[in-house]
Design a binder for this molecule. Structure first.
Ligand SMILES: [Cu+2]
Length: 293
């Protein structure tokens, strides 16, 4: 579905139309609260390429022995705020660790190389990147390719965001993935995540926050996630596992974010802020968990 422009090509500079231009411009000039695509119409075409990056060269699955039982495995992603199911809206019903009241209007991100690892060392992987939009259920669950081995799990692993080998400008030619583009002037490629909403600032006013993460000028802020899956197993009837992202955790553990410090009249976003990107990446350590069966 996506053409595979794996090599860097001069034409990418010209790609993307006005959405990218507006993004770059807005970031460059710090003009707009709606910088960087947050005001783009939601591009919800259900069958439009759920993020198959050009296939990895390696086979997706460590083939189980031919006579071993095998099953299908589904992976789903779910989203919570402080343990409660995430609901979108322009109100500010949630409270972060710093005490800021906030609400969520958008949550989209990439995960890459989702892998189920068995206790005996076998693995099955969904290669490449997947685009997830918390407001679009069709993007939130998928089956691992092929047949998974039957047995006990050790872990579920993936990369939050796009690792450098997948974070290549032009890799996604259609929306919604293409709308995740990251400005060329900041290194190009794609956002790892757009997590947006409103919070109540020190003046008592609602203020937009855009927690956008991405590689910045050759620094890669994607990170590996390993979820302990001991006690879980895959039976011949198959299995499904739900990975949960608690968005409140982006703002704490270890670094407590007072949103006033990151999103204000003179510092409207964090895309060009390497310290904020590094801090967010550290906070990512506590964001994901494996939901109870
Ligand atoms: Cu952005």
């Amino acid at each position: 579905m996506n053409p595979p422009p794996r090599s860097l090509s001069p034409r990418r500079v010209l790609r993307g139309g006005h959405a990218v231009a507006r993004c770059s411009l807005a970031v460059a000039l710090s003009l707009s609260v709606g910088a960087c695509g947050s005001s783009d119409p939601a591009p919800l075409t259900p069958d439009a390429s759920i993020a198959d990056v050009p296939a990895a060269d390696a086979p997706a699955t460590d083939a189980p022995a031919t006579d071993a039982p095998a099953a299908s495995v589904a992976i789903a992603f779910a989203h919570t705020v402080g343990g409660a199911p995430l609901a979108f809206g322009t109100t500010t019903p949630y409270t972060n660790a710093a005490g800021n009241s906030f609400g969520v209007t958008r949550l989209s991100y990439f995960v890459s190389g989702v892998t189920v690892r068995m206790r005996d060392g076998r693995t099955v992987t969904a290669p490449g990147a997947r685009y997830l939009d918390a407001a679009t259920p069709a993007t939130l669950s998928f089956a691992l390719p092929g047949s998974a081995p039957v047995g006990e799990l050790a872990s579920i692993t993936f990369v939050m965001g796009l690792p450098p080998e997948l974070n290549i400008s032009g890799a996604f030619s259609s929306s919604p993935e293409s709308l995740m583009e990251w400005p060329e002037m900041m290194g190009g490629g794609y956002h790892h995540m757009k997590f947006e909403g409103r919070y109540i600032n020190r003046a008592g006013q609602p203020f937009n926050f855009m927690t956008h993460s991405g590689g910045l000028n050759r620094a890669d802020y994607s990170f590996a996630v390993t979820l302990d899956a001991s006690g879980r197993s895959i039976t011949s009837a198959g299995a499904s596992f739900t990975v949960r992202m608690d968005v409140a955790e982006w703002f704490t553990g270890p670094n407590t974010w007072d949103l006033n410090d990151y999103f204000n009249a003179t510092h409207r976003g964090i895309m060009g802020d390497a310290a904020a990107q590094a801090s967010l990446r550290e906070n990512g350590a506590s964001v994901f968990s494996l939901a109870a069966p």
